[in-house]
Design a protein around this ligand. Structure first.
Ligand code: DX5
Ligand code: ZN
Length: 215
């Protein structure tokens, strides 16, 4: 069964506790928390006070996706704010191996995300150290974008790399996930699906999470 991680980016920030409670009640597995710095991506999202507020109410693990340059500066602050799994972008790290070790040393699971243009083979020498790989199926920065079809073959290629290296890494996909793309992604080898606008833009978000869970 797929891991479902609803993206808080599409939640109603004036009713954040209501939306957090909905995710707690639902069949979702994680909370997906998108952090944007306006430099790595052309958008800003939110910071530590908001993450801490979500953590106070969340009863499920916090899956934090950093779309920021030089993430090493904030690793311990994200741990203190409640991150359970911390994902950094391959394109934002000059010393990725060091960054991954630093995340683990803080007691968090470590993930690496690839932009749509970044090839899978670049992960070859780090795949054994990763708990998760997050494939972007849109260009990061905004919710509600169109799914990039190339992600299916990329997912299958990543599955092969993970299996060949006996890595325990989970494959998570982020961007444009709905029932149709989600089903094909699971068939291609994905383990976890992030969904923002598809969940929060639906008339019954809790049921939509259940629908994704039963794919
Ligand atoms: C985009 C974020 C996503 C976003 C997904 O940069 O990383 O997590 O919330 O939104 P949807 O599901 O609407 O494409
Ligand atoms: Zn994300």
């Amino acid at each position: 069964m797929a891991i479902i991680s609803p993206s808080i980016l599409s939640a109603d920030f004036a009713n954040i506790q209501r939306d957090v409670d909905m995710i707690n009640r639902s069949e979702a597995d994680w909370f997906h928390i998108d952090i944007m710095d306006g430099v790595f991506v052309p958008n800003l999202s939110f910071g530590f006070p908001v993450i801490k507020a979500i953590k106070r109410h969340a009863t499920k693990p916090m899956d934090v996706h950093l779309m920021i340059v030089d993430p090493d500066r904030y690793i311990s602050e994200f741990k203190k704010s409640g991150a359970d799994l911390l994902t950094v972008h391959y394109e934002a790290c000059n010393h990725l191996h060091r960054t991954i070790q630093a995340i683990k040393a803080e007691g968090m699971k470590a993930g690496v995300s690839l932009n749509p243009h970044t090839p899978i083979h670049l992960l070859k020498d780090i795949i054994g150290d990763l708990d998760l790989v997050l494939l972007m199926s849109v260009n990061p920065g905004f919710g509600g974008q169109k799914f990039i079809e190339q992600t299916y073959t990329k997912t299958a290629e990543l599955r092969k790399l993970i299996d060949e290296n006996n890595s325990k890494a989970i494959i998570e996909i982020d961007g444009g996930v709905n029932l149709e793309t989600g089903k094909k992604l699971l068939e291609s080898g994905a383990d976890a699906l992030v969904a923002g606008s598809f969940v929060f833009g639906s008339s019954d978000p809790e049921k939509t999470i259940g629908d994704l869970k039963s794919l």
